[in-house]
Design a protein around this ligand. Sequence first.
Ligand code: HEM
Ligand code: HEM
Length: 309
Amino acid sequence: MENYPKRFIQAGLIYILMGMLLGVAMSIDPTLNARMRFVHIHVNLLGFMTMMIAGVAYHVLPRFSARTIPWPNGMKYHFYLQNIGLVGMVSTHAAGGNWKEGALHWLFVLFALITALALVFMFYNLFFVLMAPKEEPEPVKQITGDMKVGAVLDEFPQSMAVFLESGFDSLANPAARKTFAKYVSIEKACEKHNVDMAEFLIKLNAAVFGSSTSPTMPESSNKGEEAENKNPGKEIFQGETCKAETMVGSLIKVYPATKSVFEKHYGEGCFSCPGQTFESVEETAQMHNIDPKIVLDEINAIIEEGLKK
Ligand code: HEM
Ligand code: HEM
């Protein structure tokens, strides 16, 4: 998908240049006002202001509400229809097409309707991106090693006692819970504190779900072979293809060539974003208003190409 938020902002900036020049011309020669007032006002308000707002809103609202634009193609139709409608409206109005009988008047009306339709598309996407139901996460039935310490503590505050008595003393500090606990998995935390993860998980699950629950644990930490059980889909290992839930950070570590797909769709700033280490390919695509399937197909094409060599 091309970057329509950016196009809206660029078009808006072009319109303000035009509106400003026209305003200056009207100031110099006030006799222009009668004919150009409508043009000046609509180029500034409908061109610059509305398009700037639309561009920023299309970019920000999906991120703000963590939902995808309900009709991504609608942004494209909005962009073309509003530009055609606005240019048509101001041209026919300046040529004397408003409030008069005749073909020019009806041409003005036609462009007015086109503009109105464009704004209806904008309304639909921006209104419903805020209304679309959020996907409810599956309730956690078992705590596993790949889960983040912070997420477990948020969801099951009663697990804190088990963490503390097993040697994770730093979690007593609320600042630590808010910062690194969010990013560190139980597996990594156990490694760092020399805690036996299998035993710890049994204790943790017993405290949270009752003693009858016995979590299924991978027996060894041999990454290649046990990847499927241990970390279903989130981490990727050499020889595997990418899935929607694969983390971008893990993917580009194993297959650095796939970086080009993210650069192409998300821009170069992508790799300075802390999100890339723990967000999935699907999440990042949704954040950038791109169909996750397109990104996944391109990534897997590169992986398969590399594996053939
Ligand atoms: C260098 C920049 C600008 C100049 C020189 C300028 C100049 C003018 C002039 C000469 C008029 C006619 C005033 C009259 O009829 O008495 C006018 C009206 C107007 N301009 Fe601008 N303008 C500028 C920028 C803008 C911008 C950026 C906007 C909106 C974003 C804007 C919105 C309007 C509106 C809404 C009117 C109609 C005001 C009314 O009905 O009283 N103008 N401008
Ligand atoms: C489909 C979109 C729109 C259409 C068809 C439309 C049409 C019109 C028409 C027919 C007029 C009267 C012109 C005249 O007296 O000759 C007008 C005036 C005006 N419109 Fe719009 N408009 C649209 C959108 C907007 C938007 C989005 C804004 C502001 C954000 C806006 C601001 C204004 C203002 C301030 C005037 C008063 C102009 C004056 O004082 O002379 N319009 N518009």
